[in-house]
Design a binder for this molecule. Structure first.
Ligand SMILES: [Zn+2]
Ligand SMILES: [Zn+2]
Length: 555
């Protein structure tokens, strides 16, 4: 009997983290983070809730990573601080993880595994299987257990002409099917896209066209981790006689790691120092910048709004966005495109239409092919929002996987397989954990709700000083921020103060002297009044200073 538990990555695209529990222990598959949504004010990133693993820390044998994207490795430093266990990954992924762990001063054993390598951990045998994706060195992970084999695809596409000539390992996948696969957990990201996802090689002609047509400087932005895309841009630069300036921290870091490990191949003299850019003839320059998602501090955003190390965008520049916005980032990308256009640049951003971007996730026919090759007895769709999971489950049914053999789960579901059935038998914590600076908090909501109200309605502070008999000695004063700022705001506040005095007088008449109760009544009264007058309900802070009456000296 085994259990499979998603702690993140179902019902959402982001923060992937799965557990496989056998009688002898637990292994973890991936440990990512998600980016906060726009209404998560002040939140830096979102982690899976791994309380279950902290509580069972003595059973956790290691973390196996499918590839180096943030939604698969970003949570590692936080998790490993609580549960320090070895990490197993392919060389490039290890390279990317190393930097992350150093930044957080986390030390655990890192084990390099290549595709087709196997490692035994307790009663489980884990095997890496090459897959294609929008980052080099991605693998699917097969977990051989006494109950049967579980295949976790990671993120994949079936690219027949990959840039690094390392295609998805069709043979291994088919072999798993031939031997009898117990469970397939498969990437659902592009299940709503018909047909096949085009090969990464398909962007080459469009890149060539952009290089040929740009009259002056060319600025290209893409994910730094998309090593194959970066390789193609470097190749195109060499073909068109342009030098490449790398811009942005992650672009410099990732290209360095990938170059050192041999995943990225270029001549050193192809690279141009950023401070030489302005001295070069414009038609001999290409700048390769981070910021394809509109991140405000990334190189592209700085080029668009001010400058990046002395370089800024000018009329005659061509900007090519070789990526599409992750859902949720459309507005920030739109803002940057507007700033670039305002500066006179020609911006090519419909990257899918122009053929300068292809997805790293397989479309419907590839997802079908995965099921056909591996012929799983049981199926769990993963890496998708609810609509993707439902569609992927339907796809599996249409290919003959019986309804009862498919589990569509939520984060925190404990899925049990005994070889004959698949059942959700229990729940463990599976909600998001928010990282705010160095503090981790559950979505206990009050903090987040206060911030949302502060942003929407502002804040009002009421201060009043009374004596032991509730006679007002000073105030009340009402100070507001981000709440009202109009000609009649003083009138509104004056009326507010009058009502506060009314509340205090009424309390005095009733003989209530409990300041906490009084505070509540003031908040309630002002909230109703502000609501009527301004349709806003600001966050309220009420401070009552009570000065005890002097004790009379007996005469
Ligand atoms: Zn990925
Ligand atoms: Zn992913």
């Amino acid at each position: 009997m085994i259990q499979v538990i998603p702690l993140g990555g179902v019902g959402e695209i982001g923060k992937n983290m799965w557990c496989v529990r056998s009688p002898e222990g637990i292994i973890v598959l991936d440990c990512g983070f998600a980016f906060p949504t726009e209404e998560m004010y002040g939140v830096d990133l979102v982690l899976p809730d791994y309380k279950y693993l902290v509580e069972n820390a003595d059973l956790v044998r290691g973390v196996f990573i499918s590839h180096g994207h943030e939604d698969h490795i970003g949570g590692l430093p936080y998790f490993l601080k609580r549960v320090p266990v070895p990490v197993y990954a392919t060389p490039l992924t290890i390279g990317l993880i190393q930097g992350k762990l150093q930044e957080h001063n986390v030390k655990v054993p890192l084990h390099c595994m290549n595709a087709r390598d196997r490692v035994t951990v307790g009663d489980m045998d884990i095997e890496f299987i090459q897959v294609c994706h929008s980052i080099a060195d991605a693998v699917a992970i097969a977990v051989h257990t006494p109950t049967g084999t579980v295949l976790y695809t990671g993120d994949f596409k079936f690219d027949p002409t990959p840039i690094d000539n390392r295609p998805t390992d069709y043979f291994k996948l088919t072999e798993l099917g031939e031997k009898g696969l117990l469970l397939l957990m498969s990437d659902s990201t592009n299940v709503t896209k018909k047909g096949f996802t085009p090969s990464e090689a398909a962007v080459a002609p469009a890149l060539d066209a952009a290089f040929a047509q740009a009259p002056g400087r060319l600025i290209i932005t893409t994910f730094a981790s998309n090593i194959h895309r970066v390789q193609q841009i470097l190749n195109a630069a060499a073909r068109h006689g342009r030098k490449v300036a790398l811009m942005g921290r992650s672009m410099l870091k990732v290209t360095q790691i990938a170059h050192d490990l041999g995943y990225l191949k270029y001549d050193d003299d192809l690279i141009l120092d950023v401070d030489k850019v302005e001295q070069m003839p414009p038609e001999q320059v290409v700048m390769l910048a981070t910021g394809s998602q509109g991140e405000p501090m990334a190189a592209l955003s700085r080029l668009a709004t001010m400058e990046y190390k002395g370089v800024s965008v000018t009329a005659g520049d061509t900007v090519l966005i070789s990526a599409i916005p992750i859902p949720g980032n459309e507005r920030s990308v739109g803002r940057i495109i507007n700033s670039l256009v305002d500066k006179g640049a020609n911006v090519l951003y419909e990257s899918v239409q122009q053929g300068t971007h292809v997805s790293g996730h397989g479309s419907e026919e590839e997802l079908k092919a995965m099921i056909a090759m591996t012929r799983p007895k049981f199926f769990i769709p993963m890496h998708g929002e609810s609509r993707h999971l439902a569609k992927h489950a339907a796809l599996a049914r249409s290919m003959g996987v019986p309804e009862d053999n498919i589990a569509v789960c939520q984060n925190g579901d404990v899925v049990e397989l005994d070889g004959e059935t698949i059942k959700i038998v229990d729940r463990v914590p599976g909600g998001p954990v928010l990282v705010d600076g160095n503090v981790l908090w559950d979505v206990g909501q009050t903090l987040l709700k206060d911030r949302q109200r502060l942003a929407r309605d502002g804040v009002a502070t009421t201060v009043v000083t009374v004596d032991g008999n509730l006679d007002v000695l000073q105030g009340p004063d009402i100070v507001t921020r981000g709440f009202i700022d109009s000609a009649d705001s003083q009138l509104i506040l004056d009326e507010g103060k009058r009502r506060v005095v009314e509340v205090i007088d009424a309390a005095k008449a009733r003989g209530t002297k409990d300041p906490e109760k009084l505070k509540g009544q003031i908040v309630e009264t002002l909230s109703r009044y502000f609501g009527e007058r301004t349709r806003r309900r600001p966050v309220q802070l009420v401070v009552i200073h009570q000065i005890k009456a002097e004790v009379e000296t007996p005469g």
